[in-house]
Each structure stands twice: as C-alpha cells, then as structure tokens.
Design a binder for this molecule. Structure first.
Ligand code: GLA
Length: 391
C-alpha cells in the first residue's frame, strides 16, 4: 500500500505550483542493507530489501526548454534550461539526483530530449539515515521521466543511470546496490543481488522475523571522501591479487579468504584490512542464503553480528554510535542479529528481531544509547516492500 497522504501532498504541491494534475507520478522506495557491505562495487553479493518508505515524483512536460523542480519536503525550488543542465555545486544540490538522472536517460545528450519538464517530489525517507533517499529520488525520477518522454528501458539500465548520476552529478562513487534494491524490491521479501551478473532474486522472509532500523544521530555523509578511499583500497587490493594469484582476478569477488590469509603480507596493512571486509562479506552472504533457506534466523543473525565486527575492525566504516547500538542489541535475546546498514560512518543499524518484542527492544536500545550519548536514536520497524513503479 502506497502512502496516500504523501501522494496527496505531492500532487497538491504540483497543482499549486504548476496548475492542474501531473501527467505522471512515480514512486520509488528506500532500502535497507541486511548483509553484504561494500561488496557491490567489488562485484559481490548483497541481501537487501526495499522499505515501506519512499519518494513520489510527479511530472509533466513543460512545453518549453525549461526544467522546474520543487522539493516539497525542503520547500525549495530549482530551475534551469535543458540546454544548461550541469552538476549543481552550491545551494540546491538535491537537484543533482533529478537532473543527473535526466541527463543520463539521454546518454548525456539532453538536446535529444526535445523539451523540458516540471516536477514536484516528496517522501518520507529520513535524509542522512543511510536509507538511500537519494537512490529513491533517482529511481522515481527515472520512471516518471521515461513516461514523460516515452522512453523504454529495463530496470537494471535505469538503476545504472541513477548510479551514473551519483558519480557525475552528486560526486559519490557508489555501487549499484541502492538503486537496484529500490527497483527490484518485493513485498515481504529480501533481494539477493549478484553484482557480477546483475541478477536480482527475491527471497521470501516469512512472518517470524522483522527488521528494525535504528538511526543514530551520527552524520552520514558519503561524499566527503571516506567512501571513495575505501573503494580505492579495494581496487588496489584487487590489482595486487591479480598479480600474485594464478587465476583471473578483476575484483575482490575473485579472492577467497584463504587466499587473503596466504598473500596479505604483500599488501600494506591498511589495504589488507580494507580488502578482507568485502571478501568476508561475500562468504557471509552465501552462508546466509543457505541458513535462510533452512529458516535458521539465529544463524543468519550471527552473520550480521560478524559483518558489523568486520566493519568495525577491518573496514573502519563504523563509529561509536553504531557500535553502541550493536553492542546494546547483543544483550537482548529477542534480537537475532544487528549491523550497520549501507555506507557507514554514521547513519543507521539494521536489526533482525522477533516482531512481538519490538517495543521492548526499542526501549532497551534507546535507554543504552541515551545513557552513552545524551540523545535518542530513532527505532522503526521496517516492512520489506515492493519496488519502484508508476502510480
Ligand atoms: C552505499 C552505496 C552502495 C553500497 C553501500 C555499502 O549505500 O551507495 O552502493 O556500496 O554503501 O554496501
């Protein structure tokens, strides 16, 4: 079920600004990352889910050569000529997700669009929480603009267009996880992604477990270089392993834990630490798939705790707030597992929990967090939900 209140707010915003109804409205959800961290750009595996929060994007052709955008949530507008589409460096940087997606829908040659568009968007994904509000905006933009311009592209291609907008307009060298999760999410299911083949499979979750997101108050920003430096270390490590292993290696996906143990000595210490994280995560996702198939939620949860430990110790993309949430979760028997979700360096943790105990879990974690940091995290049950669509 889509959120009617947000739909109404966005379409009313459209009527107020541009008059009349939008020609098309698209919706795209945010995502949680459940297992498999920083594996996507290493061509590895991830379990994720689309969440029951998302962004609506209401759009019509503009009839002139202009793009007019309104962010209903921020109460801000952005306008430019189609001919002058370029990354926004200051001020309304949120527009980058929209105009970047528009730019790459036309392969970078926006003159092919023939005309502009006007749009209002808004949603309920908290910003900076590590729930991929930006990917949701890109995917909602992509679907709505495909309808506006009569373009047909498959979901993986649209996900890649959103990723390219991140790289070239927003300045974050992300993988494909966020956009693919938004595109391929399904009701009550996890998405198991293989980022070598770009195959996206859905795995039903059942009712005996639920996800709880716990948003720390630590700032989550991936554009400030920490994400890029992790990615670079992984790529350097892959090049090293390609030189020492007697088999083809293009990404860390090709390296096993046993090979890392044997050959890590030839890497500098930091690069070795970074490399072992995605290598271990790939193994955990594959083990996790087998455990889920047997209904072993405790086993799956233990892998989530291991994943967090690997972030904390090797990849160093955790922070004391996220560590405190996971440490608090470990003391609660009704939590199966917990880990940071997404890029890291702040944002949210994802907990696998017994649904009936959700209230008690939120209370305990909030109390521990408050005692340590003086403020409160936001705990929310998340329902794995359907992916992006035209409304
Ligand atoms: C961010 C990126 C994704 C992925 C995750 C970490 O969410 O946007 O591409 O790399 O971090 O797994």
């Amino acid at each position: 079920m889509l959120n009617q209140e947000i739909y109404d707010r966005v379409t009313a915003g459209f009527a107020a600004k541009f008059g009349g109804k939008p020609a098309f409205v698209a919706y795209a959800p945010g995502r949680i990352e459940v297992l498999g961290n920083h594996t996507d750009y290493n061509e590895g595996y991830v379990f994720s889910a689309a969440i029951d929060k998302g962004t609506f994007f209401a759009a019509s052709p503009s009839g002139d050569g202009k793009i007019s955008l309104v962010s209903a949530d921020l109460g801000e507008t952005y306008e430019c000529d189609v001919a002058s589409v370029a990354p926004v460096k200051e001020g309304a940087t949120w527009a980058n997700y929209v105009i970047g997606t528009f730019n790459w829908l036309f392969g970078g040659d926006v003159s092919a669009a023939g005309g502009g568009f006007k749009a209002v968007f808004g949603g309920n994904i908290p910003l900076g929480a590590g729930l991929s509000s930006s990917a949701a905006l890109e995917m909602a933009t992509a679907l709505a603009l495909c309808a506006v311009y009569g373009i047909e592209k498959d979901r993986t291609t649209l996900a890649k267009i959103g990723q390219k907008a991140e790289h070239t307009f927003a300045g974050c060298p992300c993988g494909l996880l966020d956009q693919a999760s938004s595109m391929y999410g399904a009701e009550g299911a996890l998405v198991k992604s293989d980022f070598r083949t770009n195959e996206f499979e859905t795995v039903a979750m059942g009712d005996s477990a639920a996800f709880m997101m716990v948003k720390s108050n630590a700032k989550h920003a991936l554009v400030d270089g920490a994400y890029a430096s992790r990615r670079k270390a992984c790529e350097d490590a892959a090049k090293y392993f390609a030189g020492v292993l007697r088999k083809p290696v293009t990404h860390l996906r090709d390296v096993t834990m046993a090979e890392w143990v044997l050959y890590r000595g030839g890497l500098d210490e930091t690069t070795a630490k970074r490399a072992v994280h995605p290598i271990g995560e790939d193994e955990r996702v594959l083990q996790g798939a087998a455990l889920l198939a047997k209904g072993d939620l405790r086993g799956f949860g233990a892998l989530m705790y291991d994943s967090h430990e690997s972030s904390r110790r090797w990849f160093e993309n955790s922070c004391e707030e996220l560590d405190a949430i996971v440490d608090a979760a470990k003391k609660i028997p009704a939590v199966y597992g917990a880990r940071l979700s997404g890029g890291g360096f702040g944002g949210s943790c994802c907990l696998l929990v017994e649904p009936a105990a959700a209230g008690e879990i939120a209370e305990k974690i909030t109390a521990e967090y408050r005692a340590a940091f003086g403020d409160e995290p936001v705990c929310q049950l998340i329902r794995p939900s359907g992916g992006a669509r035209l409304v």
